[in-house]
Design a protein around this ligand. Structure first.
Ligand code: ATP
Ligand code: MG
Length: 577
């Protein structure tokens, strides 16, 4: 018989101070996890049961679509990561380790390299494709800010799957099946989730979709256009180009003026300095100099719009960095805070954000220290005046912005929701196979790079997300399929042999019907037991005590609804419903 005592269940009254979100607090308090170091946790038996339940759901759904389970090592030699180019590119999140022979390894944060090497070793012909493998394995990422318990850990369990194909069509097929499997997994977990288009990487037009559990505590912002049935991570949500009024912009705007603005650098300082209803963050130009392949590019946005670095990388087709103060001075002839697109050396391309049609005129830096220009018309003074300016989408979309489908037939406005990214499916294309020289002989007898897909689920994060969505002030309310146990039997008087016999009978009956059952037979007061029962959140509580048994009854409480019913001892079937 599983009991609290022999199952090492230890509840805690107070959550630690660093537990900011409810799922983290409840996991610690219910005795599911215990912190060992920042972002590193022990999973206690109660937590482990939830992990097993979720792992089973994941395995069933992955096997269902033909994926096959394997297990790759945690320690990966640097050589493999060098062949893909990621040994240098990955940065500090990659935990690097040196063994006693001074050989370099990393603790795998993801396994594209290992699997590409593995699959290409055995797979030489199109006849052996597709290959679809997955593992459920601990990953390590040295996150800058581990927090929220299992939600953003450094060591965490991930289901990662990888597929290899002879053609794009075959990859598309697997990608769609994986999305369907993810829907099935998260639905079985009782989660309310959205599928959002995500950033598909700097280079190449590959697709990617994130599965996000809707929750206020989510670190991601998702923009949803209900009427068009479209959702995207804020990093990827497209913005429409506002239309300029050319006539007015060119003919009716007075010529721009140079104004002395000593030490006035930031948008806020400019607004304060001019102190006029016409000068607001929306009408001050934000000019940012970035460097890509050591060449400068100026990006301009309305001052109230945040730059989206992911979109900019994509537009540039290459990684960028912000110019240093010295580079700004060298290229623009003025310090940061006083630069702008008017009168810029003609070798510097100007990227104008789509939002810039929102105002007829702007205040912007004059490319002279301590000076700004007023009455700058983007159309007249920048867009028509320079040949190297382009209109681009480089800002974050916001709630209220218009979304239009690529075909133009679906249109609506965005609303904003917060979400927790629990899964990510990605068409990698030939990025890794090409870099690593992983190829096969195609039907025409030609050596070809594999088309690849990858598909991840954060197991611990999904569990945390389930708690974020399903709890009350008393504790966790487990969705049926994730619950560590199906039923909890509370023995109110463990000293009474008659009650213990009844508990045993109910226990055996439920176990005989395939339920996972645990018994609280501690000597504590009923109040303590009920509190812990609510905290741990098992769906059915069966309360067995002297009082009920005197009329041959036990009590059944449904954790989710709080509904309580007296069940006659001879109709225990009721509990199964
Ligand atoms: P994030 O943007 O949240 O850092 P990611 O894009 O880096 O996530 P992927 O590389 O796509 O994540 O990893 C696949 C899945 O692994 C994610 O969808 C998420 O559920 C999970 N995951 C990623 N990082 C962590 C982490 N630090 N702790 C727990 N789970 C994580
Ligand atoms: Mg990450």
């Amino acid at each position: 018989m599983n009991t609290y005592r022999n199952s090492f269940i230890h509840t805690i009254k107070e959550a630690p101070n660093d537990a900011e979100v409810i799922s983290h607090q409840l996991m610690i308090r219910s005795g599911m996890i215990r912190k060992v170091a920042s972002g590193i946790y022990s999973i206690l038996p109660l937590g482990q049961r939830v992990f097993s339940k979720l792992n089973t759901i994941i395995r069933e759904e992955m096997n269902q679509i033909g994926a096959v389970e394997c297990d790759m090592p945690h320690m990966v030699p640097s050589e493999l990561w060098k062949t893909s180019g990621r040994w240098n590119a990955y940065g500090k999140e990659l935990l690097r380790i040196t063994d006693r022979h001074d050989r370099e390894f990393c603790f795998g944060p993801t396994h594209e390299e290992v699997i590409t090497d593995l699959v290409s070793f055995y797979t030489k012909s199109y006849k052996q494709l597709p290959v679809f493998l997955y593992q459920i394995q601990t990953k390590f990422r040295d996150e800058v800010r581990p927090r929220f318990g299992l939600m953003r850990g450094r060591e965490f369990l991930m289901k990662d799957a990888y597929s290899f194909h002879e053609s794009r069509a075959s990859l598309d097929d697997c990608y769609h099946q994986s999305k369907a499997a993810y829907r099935a997994i998260f639905t079985r977990c009782g989660l309310q989730f959205v599928e959002a288009n995500a950033d598909s990487g700097a280079i190449g037009g590959d697709e990617s979709v994130e599965f996000l559990v809707v929750a206020e505590s989510g670190e991601d912002e998702v923009l949803v256009c209900e009427s068009a049935g479209y959702a995207a991570n804020v990093e990827a949500a497209p913005c429409q180009q506002n239309q300029f009024n050319f006539e007015t912009s060119v003919h009716e705007v007075p010529a721009f003026k140079v104004v002395d603005t000593p030490k006035v650098r930031t948008i806020d300082e400019v607004v304060k300095f001019f102190d006029s209803p016409d000068v607001t963050p929306a009408t001050v130009l934000k000019s940012i100099l970035v460097m890509t392949n050591d060449s400068p590019i100026m990006c301009c946005l309305a001052g109230d719009k945040p730059l989206n670095e992911t979109k900019l990388t994509k537009v540039l087709g290459a990684p960028f960095r912000f110019a240093t103060d010295d580079e700004v001075r060298a290229h623009c002839g003025a310090s940061p805070g006083f630069i702008g697109p008017v009168g810029l050396p003609s070798n510097i391309p100007i990227y104008l954000d789509y939002s810039l049609a929102q105002s007829l005129t702007y205040v912007c830096g004059a490319n002279q220290n301590d000076r700004h220009l007023t009455s700058v018309s983007i159309v007249r003074d920048v867009k028509l005046a320079t040949t190297n300016s382009v209109m681009v989408d480089i800002r974050n979309a916001q709630a209220g912005d218009v979304y239009e489908s690529p075909t133009g037939d679906q249109r609506g406005t965005y609303t904003s929701q917060r979400g927790i990214e629990v899964g990510h499916v990605f068409k990698l294309g030939t990025k890794y196979s090409h870099a690593m020289g992983a190829c096969f002989t195609n039907q025409q007898g030609k050596l070809t790079d594999f088309e690849m897909g990858c598909y991840g689920i954060g197991v611990g994060r999904t569990i945390a997300a389930a708690i974020e969505q399903s709890h009350d002030e008393h504790g966790i309310i487990w969705p049926e399929e994730l619950a560590p146990y199906d039923a909890l039997i509370i023995n109110l008087t463990p000293k009474d042999p008659h009650v213990c016999d009844a508990v045993q009978t109910v226990h055996d009956f439920l176990v005989g019907h395939g339920l996972d059952v645990i018994v609280d037979d501690r000597a504590d007061s009923p109040g303590v037991k009920f509190k812990d029962a609510d905290l741990i959140g098992i769906p059915r509580h069966i309360i067995v005590g002297k009082h009920g048994l005197s009329s041959n009854h036990i009590e059944l409480k449904h954790r989710r609804t709080g509904e309580k019913v007296m069940v006659p001892f001879d109709s225990l079937d009721t509990i199964l419903n």
